[in-house]
Ligand binder design. Structure first.
Ligand code: NAD
Length: 280
């Protein structure tokens, strides 16, 4: 494969590195997805803001994207439903004409002890967290492989960023469905990355640790819960959605052009075996 020229959009101050690119972020009406959508817009991208339920929150994210000076589009779709995913990507084609960046962020939890976990709890989490990433990645790949390459905008033909979790690595009693879905994301991401790289397409994951969002409110809302959480975080603070957005901008940009099939842990050291800090 002939190497495209270095993109002129990699600037020393990090601004505008995604200028002229179209991004789609799933589950972007709240939490990490919201911050990623805004972060990508601040870096110069136009953004499709996917949501499944809360249209008002999604419209508000679009307003923020537009206030930054980028184009935004809210599209309702359940990422676990093939027809809805295909419609969403079709809408993106119609409005923006192409796609450069997919962020597979949508996810949920249905926690229960193993013996109390219903098949519905299991199916719902696998359907959204893993099948949803498959369906969206497949649509993105089809476009990345066929659309015109623009090496002056980005060296890669397309970028997929899967939002995984430290629980692709750390077992989690009471959350077997969630941990299994994120373990599945690891192998899906690496297998897809292997297949995609020869086409100049980069696929990577971000594995967040404890991030302050609605999904884990009970883990940070009270002082007692926060103190308990900090026993697992050597860096001594909870992560903010913007910590993940910064990683997503980097993984989407040419600054990470040689990064393929990697999981970037953004977790304040949570996966660095904090229990071993004092003996062990
Ligand atoms: P969140 O609940 O704010 O965000 C999840 C988003 O996904 C919501 O907007 C929700 O509406 C959307 N969603 C759920 N089902 C959907 C579906 N079927 N189709 C489309 N969208 C759907 O929580 P968050 O913490 O921002 O989570 C974002 C991602 O980060 C998830 O994949 C989660 O597993 C991952 N994550 C979060 C943390 C954390 O500590 N917050 C840690 C590790 C990984």
């Amino acid at each position: 494969m002939t190497q495209p020229e270095v993109s002129p959009n990699v600037q020393s101050d990090g601004s505008g590195v995604l200028a002229g690119q179209i991004a789609l972020v799933t589950g972007a009406s709240s939490g990490i997805g919201r911050a990623i959508a805004i972060g990508l817009a601040q870096a110069g991208a136009d953004v499709v803001v996917n949501y499944v339920a809360n249209e008002d929150e999604a419209s508000e994210v679009v307003r923020v994207v537009e206030a930054i000076g980028r184009r935004g589009l809210a599209v309702r779709a359940d990422v676990g439903q093939e027809a809805q995913v295909q419609e969403m990507f079709g809408r993106t084609d119609d409005v923006f004409g192409r796609l450069d960046i997919l962020v597979n962020n949508a996810g949920l939890q249905r926690d229960a002890s193993f013996t109390d976990m219903t098949l519905a709890d299991w199916d719902t989490v696998l359907r959204v967290n893993l099948t949803g990433q498959f369906l969206c990645s497949r649509e993105a790949m089809r476009r990345f492989k066929t659309q015109e390459r623009r090496p002056q905008v980005s060296r890669a033909a397309g970028k997929i960023i899967c939002v995984s979790s430290v629980h692709e690595k750390i077992a989690w009693a009471g959350h077997a469905n969630y941990a299994a879905s994120k373990g599945g994301v690891l192998m899906m991401m690496q297998s897809l990355a292997q297949e995609a790289a020869p086409f100049g397409i980069r696929v990577n994951s971000i594995a967040p640790g404890a991030i302050r969002t609605p999904i884990n409110r009970e883990a940070w809302e009270t002082d007692e819960a926060y103190a308990e959480l900090m026993k697992l975080v050597p860096y001594g603070r909870i992560g903010e959605p913007e910590d993940i957005a910064a990683a997503a901008v980097w993984l989407a940009s040419d600054a990470s052009d040689y990064v393929v099939a990697t999981t970037l842990f953004v977790d304040g050291g949570m996966t660095n075996y904090p229990a071993f800090a004092h003996g062990g």
